[in-house]
Design a protein around this ligand. Sequence first.
Ligand code: GAL
Length: 310
Amino acid sequence: MKKNTELINGNVWYDTDGNVLHAHGGHMLFWQGEWYWYGENRTENRYVSVYRSGDLVNWTFCRHALTTDSPTAEYRVKTDRKLRTADGGKINVERPKVIYNEKTKQFVMWMHVENGKDYHDAACAVAVCDRPDGEFTYLGCFNPFGYMSRDCTLFQDGDGTAYFISASRDNADLHVYRLTEDYLSVECLVHKLWQGEYREAPAVMERNGKYYMFSSYCTGWAPNQCRYATADAVEGRWSMLADIGDAVTYRTQPAFILPVKKETGIDYYYVSDRWNGKDYNDSRYVILPLSFTPDGRPVMEYRDEFCPGL
Ligand code: GAL
């Protein structure tokens, strides 16, 4: 198969076997010289698939990381570990994110889980694996401190402290939880951000000691204005929200922010979903470079192609 030198935003993207790449609402992890892309795959019995790439434009399918048949393990009492509904159907797994825990040597996935019928469970779930491209063991879903938890992300700070961020109170508030050292549970709720602003699809990055959180407004599959805020520390004070991109963020919603280390410095990319609400499996991806003004304001401009130049 011909090698890609770039990916065209909004087109169907294929893996190196020529199959449609399903990694929606996803996340990437850099591990031993390669990127691993995890994301939603709603085909057949799958929930999460993982792909690998050395150049960010040619993606090799590794495996389905979580399916209806994945192993489960007991971790905490009263954690629902079912990967199927009572009638044998699928549950809903959304926005899977994976980080590596240096202390436990485990790859830890957090995600949003629903009952497969509606969005009333508003739960988060955890799964673990001892390698980045293996099948994850599902540890079950729960409501952190009893709170609702929908659109979510993970952020790992430079000192290894990790945070789980998710939409709560029927999406009205965005909660920031510090994770326990093993990353398997929430240790403490550190913020209830922008109460009543209905922020979704959070994505966090750090640059020169400044933290940025991007998020969308809450309009289901329809795109809306991306906004961002900044802070000097994740647990510090976050600024008010400011617009970025156009009014529908070039018809996208944030998935995550990708930092790419180069000899010349770090490039940052806004990785997003262009959802197709009528035909979910035909949802596409758009990856745009973020540039920064001298005073650190992020700027997003539309490009037809994603060309990381690696
Ligand atoms: C969006 C959310 C997606 C998905 C969708 C369902 O707002 O970001 O992850 O849950 O709603 O309508």
